[in-house]
Design a protein around this ligand. Structure first.
Ligand SMILES: C[S@@+](CC[C@H](N)C(=O)[O-])C[C@H]1O[C@@H](n2cnc3c(N)ncnc32)[C@H](O)[C@@H]1O
Length: 257
């Protein structure tokens, strides 16, 4: 047998085996991330439990007007939220569960014509409203609508500087799969920003399953390759949780705090 044939004979199966092991390691799902069926489904829930939390029902496109209500800016200080993101011209960002695009066009203005905004939704009706909104706001060329699935936001890999999730994570039917895909879409060092109504505060006038506590978010994020960098209380009703994907953070285990 010639040297080159010997190398092929030995190295190719070894490489295949190594790739299979790597894939298997990536697929290992922590036991605490399993889904359970609720003994009783809550009115606003889907009867599926994740980390002890019942997942909320998705807000239908019929409620789109509520997202665009004129008093929203004052009630939620959405201007402060946009400021807190500290976006820069030319950045590539994503708005997950973008709804009518309330934040998409504001993000588009911040990243400018050299930047890009992926606006991801699972309801085509929302994307139709969103694109009409982007036309009106003159940012159509910057915003790319993406029809995702409940498990996959269909974003390019390692391409995004910042991913924003406003009032949507608690609605994910598959939070484990979605978060894993979002982390894969972030550039090393990229930020995942979760904005959720404060679950610790009974005075926040939102249904319980549509709120989250910081402790709950911490638990659910601890199994992903993310580090919780900052929790901001600058908004009147919501937490802003900033998580960062570190350059050297290859495995979820390495991200545990
Ligand atoms: C309460 S709305 C918030 C909309 C927007 N973020 C805002 O604050 O104006 C939640 C949106 O998330 C969308 N959604 C739910 N699960 C999703 C998923 N897995 N991927 C993408 N969008 C999702 C719903 O269709 C709904 O339009």
């Amino acid at each position: 047998m010639r040297d080159s044939s010997l190398a092929t004979f030995v190295l190719v199966p070894f490489c295949c085996l190594a790739a299979a092991f790597t894939r298997a390691a990536e697929e290992v799902r922590p036991p605490e991330a399993q889904y359970q069926v609720a003994a009783r489904r809550t009115r606003d829930g889907i009867g599926k439990i994740y980390f002890g939390r019942e997942i909320a029902q998705v807000m239908g496109h019929q409620g789109a007007d509520w997202l665009e209500r004129p008093e929203r800016e004052e009630e939620e200080r959405t201007d402060l939220l946009i400021q807190a993101l500290a976006l820069e011209p030319g950045q590539v960002v994503a708005d997950i569960g973008a709804g009518t695009g309330y934040f998409s066009w504001r993000m588009a203005q911040a990243v400018g014509p050299r930047g890009r905004v992926f606006a991801v939704e699972i309801q085509q009706e929302m994307l139709d409203l969103l694109m009409a909104n982007m036309e009106r706001r003159n940012v159509r060329a910057i915003v790319e609508p993406v029809l995702g699935t409940v498990q996959d936001p269909r974003l390019p890999a390692a391409a995004i500087d910042l991913i924003l999730l406003v009032d949507v994570y608690h609605e994910f039917d598959f939070p484990y799969e979605m978060t894993r895909s979002l982390v894969a879409a972030l550039k090393p060092g990229g930020r995942l920003v979760l904005v959720e109504y404060r679950g610790e505060d009974p005075a926040v006038p939102i249904k319980p399953l549509h709120k989250m506590t910081v402790a709950q978010v911490r638990k659910e994020m601890s199994i992903h390759a993310l580090k919780l960098e900052r929790v901001s209380a600058v908004l009147p009703r919501q937490h802003i949780l900033v998580l960062r994907k570190h350059a050297g953070l290859a495995t979820p285990a390495a991200a545990r705090q």
